[in-house]
Design a protein around this ligand. Structure first.
Ligand code: 13P
Ligand code: SF4
Length: 392
């Protein structure tokens, strides 16, 4: 309105601001938010300068890891960006950094803690940055399933495999049962190794990555796979189904990648003739089948780097990454596979105010939001993670 200047003010503290900023204590939410620090206001124009100054003051004492799905405002401060496999390797390769600030989600920070030295501290700038897929496999449920497999006498044949996107105690379960962790970049290698050790795989928690890898990359039939639903007695499966299955898939999925449908693929092909459809293997099986290319986030980045100028791409993965890739390649037509916006809400919880708060706390000699995995779980999970890092 002419002549009127409006000043934007921070919202006052309401349950909603608490949820948005992860500030204060909310034990009922996700993993239990407890973030007592005074976060800088998101409208603060000095945030970039404050993050730069705090990071410079910490120097080599701090190493910032940034997953590809992080916001631009955060990713600009990452020393290394990567998918979950590359970030796990990078965390393990930084024994001199006193603090690893993990701009990603909880399970990634847990894996970093397991792979780093005990005196190193792994920090997650917002403790509410969990992962809905990881939360779909709870240790008690998995142990109940395993006991059922024991009663059927099939555990000797089964190799448990868990996707990196799982909690440390699920990785620990897999480690003590002689299995392996995998990521979307090495799922085929992990399954190949597993089928050399046994005749069945129990795949946690992402049914889609398990099914897509087994069927599209390993030559299994859809009928070789069964879906174990932890909310149904005996997983909703008969003994015969479990005895005959080659892949026992846990009923978990990614709420972001699970949104892409066959209709999204059909719609974009109609709208953009000649478009290449490129999707992450966490997408549903029918979507992956209908796509032209499938691969992890690192694969997606490389594919778009290598694509010829003028080519068109519809990409089925998290929106922060797709946006960044579209901006980085103005000579190519890069679009989001679905018409509706689809950020990963938990990845997005790490924002610049949380990063500034974390770095400034470290400068002040306080270490906030440390992610620690207990020694026994860490030891067992490390067996499964080391097995992954040693895959041929
Ligand atoms: P990658 O980083 O292994 O591609 O996994 C994608 C993802 O959903 C991470 O949360
Ligand atoms: Fe979890 Fe999916 Fe978000 Fe990755 S993108 S953190 S799997 S919900």
């Amino acid at each position: 309105m002419a002549g009127v200047t409006s000043t934007w003010t921070e919202p006052s503290d309401t349950p909603l601001t608490l949820l948005l900023l992860g500030k204060g204590t909310d034990p009922a939410s996700e993993r239990g938010v407890d973030c007592p620090g005074d976060l800088p206001a998101p409208s603060d124009p000095d945030l970039v300068a404050r993050a730069t100054a705090a990071k410079a003051a910490l120097g080599d004492r701090v190493f910032v890891l940034g997953h590809h799905y992080q916001r631009d405002e955060v990713i600009q401060f990452a020393d290394v960006t990567g998918d979950s496999f590359k970030l796990a390797q990078q965390a393990a390769a930084r024994p001199d950094a006193e603090f690893i600030v993990f701009c990603g989600v909880h399970f990634m920070a847990e894996s970093a803690d397991i792979l780093t030295k005990p005196e190193q501290k792994v920090i997650l700038p917002d403790l509410a940055a969990g992962c809905s897929m990881a939360d779909m496999a709870v240790l008690g449920q998995v142990e109940t399933a395993w006991e059922h497999f024991q009663d059927l006498g099939i555990t000797d044949q089964i190799v448990p495999v868990t996707y990196m996107n799982s909690s440390a105690d699920i990785k620990g379960f897999v480690g003590r049962n002689k299995g392996v962790v995998c990521t979307s970049s090495n799922a085929k290698r992990a399954l190949t190794w597993s089928f050399e050790q046994g005749s069945k795989v129990f795949f946690l928690p992402d049914q889609h990555l398990g099914r897509n890898t087994a069927v599209l990359e390993m030559g299994f039939d859809l009928d070789d796979c069964v879906l174990y639903d932890p909310h149904k007695p005996q997983g909703g499966l008969t003994d015969e189904q479990l005895i005959n299955a080659r892949m026992i898939l846990w009923r978990g999925h990614c709420s972001v990648h699970g949104r892409f449908t066959l209709d999204s693929v059909r719609e974009v092909r109609e709208r953009v003739p000649g478009v290449n459809v490129l999707v992450h293997p966490e997408c549903r099986h029918d979507v992956v089948r209908a796509a032209d290319f499938v691969g992890s986030t690192e694969y997606i980045i490389k594919a778009l780097d290598a694509a010829p100028a003028g080519s068109a791409w519809a990409v089925g993965t998290e929106l922060n990454l797709v946006r960044r890739l579209a901006l980085a390649h103005p000579d190519k037509q890069i679009m989001f596979l679905d018409r509706t916006v689809c950020y990963c809400s938990t990845m997005n919880r790490i924002d610049l105010p949380h990063l500034v708060w974390t770095l400034e706390e470290l400068v002040a000699g306080r270490v906030p939001n440390v992610i620690t995995v207990d020694e026994k779980t860490a030891h067992e999970a490390r067996v499964a993670l080391d097995q992954m890092l040693a895959l041929p």
